[in-house]
Design a protein around this ligand. Sequence first.
Ligand code: ATP
Ligand code: MG
Length: 365
Amino acid sequence: SPEFRSALSQTFTHSIRKNEDGEKYFYVATVVDHGSKIFGVLLLAAPFDTLMAPTYRIMRSMMIIALLLVVFTVVEGWLGSIYISQPLVRLSQVAKQLSQGDLSARSELEGPIETIHLSHTLNEMAARLEISLNSLRAFVANASHELRTPLTTIKLQVGVLRSAIEDDPEAAAHFLDQIDSEIDRLTFTVNDMLDLSQIEGGGGTLNLQPVNLADLSGEVLAFWDVRSRQAGLSLSMNVESELPNVRGDHYQLRRLFDNLLENAIKNTPSGGQIDILLKKTPTPRVRIEFRDSGIGIAPEHLPHLFDRFYRIDPRPVSDSGRAAPSGSGLGLAIARSITLSHGGQIGVNSQLGLGSTFWVELQPI
Ligand SMILES: Nc1ncnc2c1ncn2[C@@H]1O[C@H](COP(=O)(O)OP(=O)(O)OP(=O)(O)O)[C@@H](O)[C@H]1O
Ligand SMILES: [Mg+2]
């Protein structure tokens, strides 16, 4: 056989071939020797299929396992994609609705935990967006109303002025005065609106530095002294000892105190008393109170007092029959924004007819 000859030349050989009957066999041949002496050649032959049967079995099992793995992976991927992608598709639909302006759209909390988190965050964002957009709408509506009223008045007065200018110069001068004061009022309102949007938009960054509130209150008191005396009011200040400084924007805090003191003066009849008190709270915070013995505020107004444009009995009518100049109703909204931008709190205690106490609490350094 060929293995016999091959073994003689190479000492070991193997091959797979068909025998005379056409059956596939595995042959191994090796030379049997000792030193240089050759005893013979050992030739082994075995039917190939019998020899390979265990290997075939293992290969078959492995193929079945591989096939099962493929099927499993496909099914798992398919189920997973339904479980994960369906909620994501719905989530993206909600995001689309939101982006198209439907801010009431909310996402279902479904699917795997990550998708639930995502839905939750999206819903929160939508809710916040809805609130701020509504307050923006209310602001624009209020602002337009506030601006339209004096503009209408001015328009009317200009009309009257036109016809009066030749026949009655005195009446004409009177209307010019009125127009002038309406324009002043408009200018105040617009300035307040701009300031408020700047404070609330964080546009005017705070110039933070240590502020001594006793010094600041002294400044405010000195500034309003003449005006309060003219109004027949007595103004006093009481500062607790060792009051800590606060970190704040001097200009903004001055503005906050000005607004509160101006309100106290405006709403306290002649003969009244206004006190500024500065003290520490156990929290520990620094508390500033503006106490007046004025007209007080009815309970139903208290929740709205710090809203923009909110005024009580907005424009008392004077003897001349026209509305007396009054504030824009932005003073307390500005006071609130300044306090919040400093991380503080603002509030009021009041009883109708007995006076009001507006207070502000700020974080000490
Ligand atoms: N100390 C107070 N006593 C009684 N009522 C007050 C007092 N402070 C404020 N108010 C009421 O709250 C309303 C809102 O005050 P706010 O300062 O926001 O507006 P305003 O004083 O009318 O106008 P502005 O401050 O913009 O000139 C006032 O119209 C007033 O009726
Ligand atoms: Mg005011």
